[in-house]
Design a protein around this ligand. Structure first.
Ligand SMILES: [Zn+2]
Ligand SMILES: [Zn+2]
Length: 390
């Protein structure tokens, strides 16, 4: 019997759990019901359970043998502020909130792994099951780390998994390096002197300066970065003025920066700062610039990614494991874990067609057919990372 087949007896129960979580979504740091469901389920399996880590985070501890080596497996629990458009029975019961990123499925697959690992204990060491809050923009991973996650539960490496629509259900993609981008934000305030639009010489117009900055920013990627380094600099807001006949006294620009390395983040931030200073001088305005780091890039370590790919290949066959997929320009707070520990974050196919509806879409749903593959991946990864002697 294949490993995936051995998970099948759990499939119906896990599907019910997944749909229950789907019907009761909770936003970042408000995952009280979900965290309690997770904690109670772990306790019902006889697993040592810790609540309230980094807000609503939960950690389960499963030991096998006497080994002291330890690894972490992570699932995210939060939903998104989206009104669900599906009309199936397990649709969201909460207006304006839905599991549109599949975190209901991630949580369920890790609960499934908890049950199998606790029943079999066919590994030598400690598995920390990390159920984190607030992946969507609020940095729940960062909060768990700040709350002592890695001090209280010392682990040598940490692993994540995200469903990926458009990829065949139950297939895998493993990146030996960058997998998701960083996501930073910036604000630029251009201050001039307001005036009558017919008498521009009596004011200092912020508009041409702001427009020049929009143009100049387009050259950062094309002219200052190594062409092999991928990056996006997007100015996404331009606010100024209220009347036909008034030169406003300020213009405000906002935008986002995405890339795959801290060095490129530094370079882009420095270029934007330099351009603000130069444009201020050139146009006689004053400019305030604020750059905020969001999620860092998610960069898998090569050795751990190699292990993940081997485990996935043994599970579903080499032709269903893609190790040359392009990274995504989306961001993921698993990146914070990877700043502290080696590890890898893999994609599991959510399927084309129905299951292929893109993440964050009001018609999205996690594909329950994927659950046994996800559970089997976790349990096989543990057996590979923490092998029993002999
Ligand atoms: Zn998401
Ligand atoms: Zn997600």
């Amino acid at each position: 019997m294949s490993v995936i087949e051995s998970i099948r007896p759990h499939h119906a129960k896990l599907t019910a759990i997944r749909r229950d979580i789907h019907a009761h979504p909770e936003l970042a740091f408000e995952e009280h019901r979900t965290a309690e469901l997770v904690a109670r389920h772990l306790e019902s399996l006889g697993i040592e359970t810790h609540r309230g880590i980094g807000g609503t985070g939960v950690v389960g501890v499963v030991r096998g043998g006497r080994g002291l080596r330890a690894v972490g497996l992570r699932a995210d629990m939060d939903a998104l502020p989206i009104t669900e458009r599906n009309d199936f029975e397990h649709r969201s019961t909460i207006q304006g909130c839905m599991h549109a990123c599949g975190h209901d499925g991630h949580t369920t697959m890790l609960l499934g792994a908890a049950e199998v690992l606790a029943a079999r204990r066919d590994f030598d060491g400690v598995v920390y099951l990390i159920f984190q809050p607030a992946e969507e923009g609020e940095g729940g991973a960062r909060e768990m780390i700040a709350d002592g996650l890695f001090d209280r539960f010392p682990m040598e490496s940490v692993f994540g998994m995200h469903n990926w629509p458009g990829m065949e259900a139950g297939s895998f993609a493993v990146h030996a390096g960058p997998v998701m981008a960083s996501a930073d934000r910036f604000d630029i305030r251009v201050m001039g002197v307001g005036a009558h639009a017919a008498m521009p010489h009596l004011g200092v117009d912020p508009m041409p300066a702001a427009a020049a900055l929009v143009q100049a920013a387009q050259t950062i990627v094309s002219r200052t970065l190594d062409p092999i380094d991928a990056a996006v600099v997007s100015i996404t807001q331009f606010h100024a003025g209220e009347a036909y006949n008034v030169i406003p006294d300020r213009a405000e620009l906002c935008g986002t920066v995405r890339t795959f390395s801290a060095a490129v983040q530094d370079r882009i931030e420095a270029a934007l700062r330099r351009m603000c200073a130069g444009v201020a001088d050139a146009y006689g305005v004053s400019i305030e610039f604020e750059y905020r780091r969001g999620y860092p890039p998610t960069i898998n370590t090569v050795a751990e990614a190699g292990i993940c790919a081997e485990v996935a290949r043994a599970l579903v066959g080499g032709d269903r494991v893609n190790t040359t997929a392009r990274p995504s320009m989306g961001a993921e707070d698993f990146a914070f874990f990877l700043q502290h520990k080696p590890g890898a974050y893999v994609w599991i196919g959510n399927g084309p067609g129905e299951g292929g509806c893109m993440l964050h879409n009001p018609n999205y749903d996690f594909n329950d057919d994927v659950i046994p593959s996800g559970v089997a991946y976790w349990t096989e990864l543990v057996r590979r990372l923490l092998p029993r002697a002999g």
